[in-house]
Design a protein around this ligand. Sequence first.
Ligand code: PEP
Length: 260
Amino acid sequence: MTMREKIFAANWKMHKTVAETEAFFQEFVNYPGVGCGHGVVVFPPFTALAAVRGLAGAVPISWGAQNMYSKDSGAFTGEISPLMLKELGCAYVLIGHSERREVFRETDDEVREKVKAAHKHAIRPMVCVGETLEERKGGRASDKVVRQVSAALQGVPAEQVARMVFAYEPIWAIGTGLNASSSDAQEMCGLVRKQLAQLYSAEVAGCIPVLYGGSVKPENIAEYMLQSDIDGALIGGASLQPASFLSIIKNALGSRFSAS
Ligand code: PEP
């Protein structure tokens, strides 16, 4: 049985003002077991990062940004640099979320530049990959995911890759209520790991957490956690309320949650 790190990450997308973030943490930090010793990560909007730094300090959780630019500073109006995220205590950055790729036309090359910039500043990249419904129906899901993983890692050395996290998020499952079956999610997370082994080694691939994301809820998390290549979840809608985010973590960890 692998002892890979388990990670439960909340992607709040463009939700929560500073006041709403404060309200979330006032409730969240009081739940018994919140500092459960596993990787709990919150990705608030940029504007709430400073508030999270102040509020989350009391519990052992991490936070990160949902995106960043790849340069340290310069004439890039509207962008946020890794240095700015470091200053706010970000341990993680989400890179290549499908909403970045699809809505903002972010390319594989940009994703790779951001991965390299994150490593340069010792911020842990969580890279998202996943196919559209059309790609899945057309039998192109595997090719797409393998391509996204390879493209994100060109020129990234093994010792840096070993610090990364991947999230397989089928686009058709994000925010739709239509979660992937646990066997489909296992197949695709397994494929991500196989590709990591192919590009690096089985040893490197074996230590990288691969998460599933796409309509994860307290009711469906347990079945994903039974899969050998799924090490946790990236959660959107169901992470917005402290009670449901905590229920997901609790249902994922079972007895390990109360024991920690
Ligand atoms: C996400 O935002 O990455 C996500 C998986 O959202 P949801 O859980 O709402 O499908």
